[in-house]
Each structure stands twice: as structure tokens, then as C-alpha cells.
Design a protein around this ligand. Structure first.
Ligand code: NAD
Ligand code: UGA
Length: 435
């Protein structure tokens, strides 16, 4: 089937490539001309495992192409997916400027008599579909036939291709049988359980799902604090809790809290939506509070050990908001660096993929040394802080690295490292909720 993706970022590019992989003919549109030029030249603007090969193979097979023209996009695909940003506004509500702009641009390109399905894949507040429909009606010529569908995306960065190729479920929010049939045909090759709902419910599923996952993270982080106060071990508590199928072990990893381009903004948005609808969601306000407190508590632990941080140098392992990505948007690791710098500390930082993007965020402060090799982070530092859950940090030659440090202090903000063996090597190890 001929499909168009408008917005070729994390969601648009990976989804477009996966649609092409199962045989659809996909045109990805982006209004960032540099990005489109890069993609046309075979360069992938983001790091996502497996993406480069997937894009190259499908471009070579003639199933995937790129353009900066919305007009071409609307002419190409009978089904047009919108995957543009929905950033937060200062009051927590969602900035829908990008969605409105694309809806208007699509409307102006619709041809009378030609059927199109406009699918919102961006994460949007409930009732956005209604507004998109009104907008397209307002700006399109008479006689244009279209349906609006909500099809939220649940991929995680770092494992986006697997999440898309073997999804837990597909949600299709649609009032039209014609549009629903087309959507089912698009997703048929993915063999996933499919939930057909009304548009408002589909939009709500996305915010409710992300908020619930964030709630799980804050729940275990609050439990971790109780573990610290009582001498229990949060890893063992999470395993024991998570073994109950009704609870599940996933997203019960205690740490520095959730970051990234989605959870922080989506939880804020859901709180705002609930307030606006007159049904305040106080539970989610607590989820945010616990999340923000994680970094404060962690910094306090560092201060408890090292007293004054001013003029001390710290090694930081990991800058991305999670492992297996180069995305540093709302990364807790970056915020940690900022807080240490504000205390007057110097930093030696590394990340397997996000060093360049981190440099754009943190700038060229002379107190920051960007290290391409993680082992350089250990040179004459007072402590090493693990801030992102990159698995390869487990396999560093920890025994040798200890002698490079001023004192062998480790603060593990993601409970990633084997604390027993590090302690045997002579490290002073501090994790989250681990005795
Ligand atoms: P992104 O910033 O990586 O990509 C968005 C792209 O849209 C950019 O390349 C931008 O240039 C382009 N764009 C903006 N306006 C445009 C226009 N008028 N015409 C054409 N292109 C335009 O964003 P993202 O991370 O892919 O997120 C997109 C949406 O998907 C958001 O609502 C987000 O919440 C949601 N989402 C993201 C993820 C994720 O893991 N990143 C997962 C699920 C859902
Ligand atoms: C999250 C959701 O998992 C996706 O389903 C959703 O599609 C996406 O948001 C979105 O809407 O954009 P993502 O942000 O890519 O995906 O990454 P996650 O794996 O969910 O991690 C988010 C944050 O939570 C990271 O900072 C991670 O370190 C943290 N986290 C995750 C924990 O602290 N503990 C955990 O147990 C899991």
C-alpha cells in the first residue's frame, strides 16, 4: 500500500522504515530540508540499533523515499501518518502548533473526489482528532473525502525496530469502517492483537499507558527509599513483586528516575488534561514529585560521602536519557552534570553514542572533558557516577581502572553494576536501594 509519513524523526523514520520492510511503498516527508538531504544521501540523523541497514535496504529496494514536500506526500499516500512533535508548554499543556500546521498543509493539498485517511501517530491530548477533523474541513476544498484516525505509537527508543516489528498491540481509533479496513490492512503483516476504539479512547490509551509506566518507575523508586531506610534490597523486592503476573517485573528498575522526550512531557500533559476536564489526577502529581526527588536524593548521597563538591572532579558514565540511544532530550544524566557543575565541580564525561548531542546541550565549558573512551573518565577523579544504563559499562576493566582514581568511589544511579564484585575489588559502592 502507498503510505506517507509526515515528520521524519524518531517515530516517523523508524515507522516508515518498518512499513517499507513489510512491503509498503513509503514516502517520508520532513520540513527540515537538511534532514531530508542527509537521508537522501544515505545518512541517518539518529542512532537507533539496526535502523541504518533497514533504511538503506528499503531505499535500495525502492520501497522508501524522502521529500520535503507535503504536496508530494499527500499525492503519494492514500493513508497519511502525522508524526510531528507535540512539545510541552510552560504550564504543562501540549503545544499543538505542529499538529495544526500539518493538518492545514494536508487540507490545502487534498483533491476533491480523492479519498485520504489522515492518521495521528503523534502523542496528543484526548479530543485532538476532533480538532484535526475541523481544521481539515475548514482549509480543504469542497468535495474532499477524508477520515481522521488515531493510531498511537508505543515504540521505545533503543529497541524501536523490535517494538514496531513485533508490537504488543495496535490501537486504531476510528469511526469509519473504510478507514479501519485500510488501517487493518496496513498492520496485517505485523500479526499483532488489534484494538479498534473510538478516536478519544485511542488518544487516551497513549497518555494513560505512558503515565502508568512512569507510575511503576516512581513506585519502585519510592520503595527503594524504604529499602535504604530499612536495609532491604530493592532488586530483590522488585523481583519478588514482579514475579506476580498481575504486576510484572518490567519498569520496576530503581534509578535516577525517568527522563527522555516523552515521559516527562506526557505525564505533565495528562495531569493538565485531567485538570482541564475537572477530574484532577493527584496520583500523577505524586509520581512527578518522586521522580524529581530521585536526583536530589542521589546528589545528597554524593555530598554525604564527599562533603564539599566544589573544585572536585567527577567521572560520569552515560549522558543519553537511557541506554542504546543518542537521545539526550530531558536526560537525567545531563541534568546531573548541570547540578554538579552548579556545585563548582569539574567533569570527565562519556557516552557510547550521545557525546556529540551532549556537547550541544552542555556546551564547551572548560570544566568538562568529553572522553571518547570510557576508561579516560577514571583519570584522577574523586568518584565515578554511572548515570545511564548502557550495558557495556558492566564490562569495563574495573579492576585496573580503580588505580586511576583518587579514591575508588562508585555511585551507580541505575543499579547496573555488580556491587558484590566491585566491593570485592575494593570499591566503595553506592547504588539505589541496595544495601
Ligand atoms: P522528532 O522531533 O524526533 O521528529 C519530528 C519531526 O517532525 C522532525 O524531524 C521535524 O522536522 C518534523 N516536522 C515538524 N513539523 C513538520 C511539518 N510541518 N512538516 C513536516 N515535518 C515536520 O519527534 P519524535 O520523537 O519522532 O516524536 C514525534 C511524536 O511521536 C511526538 O508526539 C512524541 O510524543 C510521539 N512519540 C515519540 C516516541 C519516541 O520514542 N520518540 C515514541 C512514541 C510516540
Ligand atoms: C517510553 C515508553 O516506554 C514507550 O512505550 C513510548 O512509546 C515512549 O515512551 C513514548 O511515548 O515516546 P522511551 O522514552 O523511549 O519509551 O524509553 P523507556 O524505556 O520507557 O525509558 C524512559 C525512561 O525511564 C528512561 O529515562 C529510563 O532510564 C527510565 N526507566 C525505565 C527507569 O528508570 N526504570 C525502568 O524500570 C524503566
Amino acid at each position: 500500500m502507498k503510505l506517507t509519513l509526515i515528520g521524519t524523526g524518531y517515530v516517523g523514520l523508524v515507522t516508515g522504515a518498518c512499513f517499507a520492510e513489510v512491503g509498503h511503498n513509503v514516502l517520508c516527508v520532513d520540513n527540515n530540508k537538511d534532514k531530508v538531504a542527509q537521508l537522501k544521501a544515505g545518512k541517518i540523523p539518529i542512532f537507533e540499533p539496526g535502523l541504518e541497514d533497514l533504511v538503506k535496504n528499503n531505499v535500495a529496494a525502492g520501497r522508501l523515499a524522502f521529500t520535503d514536500s507535503t504536496a508530494e506526500g499527500v499525492a503519494h499516500g492514500e493513508v497519511i501518518f502525522i508524526a510531528v512533535p507535540t512539545p510541552p508548554q510552560p504550564d504543562g499543556s501540549v503545544d499543538l502548533t505542529y499538529i495544526e500546521a500539518v493538518a492545514r498543509e494536508i487540507a490545502q493539498q487534498l483533491q476533491p473526489g480523492q479519498y485520504r485517511v489522515i492518521v495521528d501517530k503523534s502523542t496528543v491530548p484526548v479530543k485532538t482528532g476532533e480538532k484535526v477533523t475541523e481544521t481539515i474541513n475548514r482549509y480543504s476544498a469542497e468535495g474532499c473525502i477524508f477520515d481522521v484516525v488515531s493510531n498511537p505509537e508505543f515504540l521505545r527508543e533503543g529497541c524501536a525496530i523490535a517494538d514496531l516489528m513485533q508490537p504488543d498491540r495496535i490501537v486504531i481509533g476510528s469511526r469509519s469502517q473504510r478507514a479501519t479496513d485500510l488501517m487493518k490492512a496496513i498492520y496485517e503483516p505485523f500479526h499483532a492483537p488489534t484494538y479498534i476504539t473510538d478516536i478519544n479512547s485511542a488518544e487516551l490509551i497513549k497518555h494513560a499507558a505512558n503515565s502508568f509506566l512512569a507510575l511503576k518507575i516512581s513506585y519502585i523508586n519510592a520503595v527503594a527509599a524504604i529499602c535504604e531506610a530499612s536495609g532491604a534490597n530493592v532488586d530483590e523486592v522488585a523481583d519478588g513483586m514482579g514475579a506476580d503476573k498481575r504486576i510484572g517485573r518490567a519498569f520496576l528498575n530503581a534509578g535516577l528516575g525517568y527522563g527522555g522526550s516523552c515521559f516527562p512531557k506526557d505525564i505533565k500533559a495528562f495531569i493538565h488534561i485531567a485538570d482541564e476536564l475537572g477530574t484532577p489526577f493527584h496520583l500523577l502529581k505524586e509520581v512527578e514529585k518522586i521522580n524529581a526527588g530521585q536526583l536530589d536524593r542521589f546528589l545528597q548521597k554524593i555530598k554525604n560521602k564527599l562533603w564539599v563538591l566544589k573544585n572536585k572532579t567527577f567521572g560520569v558514565l552515560g549522558l543519553a536519557f537511557k541506554g542504546d540511544t543518542d537521545d539526550v532530550r530531558s536526560s537525567v544524566a545531563i541534568e546531573l552534570c548541570r547540578r554538579l557543575l552548579a556545585e563548582g565541580a569539574s567533569l570527565r564525561v562519556t557516552d557510547p553514542q550521545a557525546l556529540e548531542k551532549a556537547q550541544t546541550e552542555l556546551g564547551h565549558d572548560p570544566r568538562i572533558t568529553y572522553c571518547a573512551n570510557p576508561e579516560e573518565v577514571f583519570d584522577r577523579v574523586e568518584a565515578v557516577i554511572l548515570a545511564t544504563e548502557w550495558k557495556q559499562f558492566r564490562n569495563l576493566p574495573w579492576k585496573q581502572l580503580k588505580d586511576k582514581m583518587i579514591a575508588p568511589l562508585i555511585f551507580d544511579g541505575r543499579n547496573l553494576l555488580d556491587h558484590h564484585s566491585l566491593r570485592e575489588m575494593g570499591y566503595d559502592y553506592t547504588g539505589i536501594g541496595r544495601p
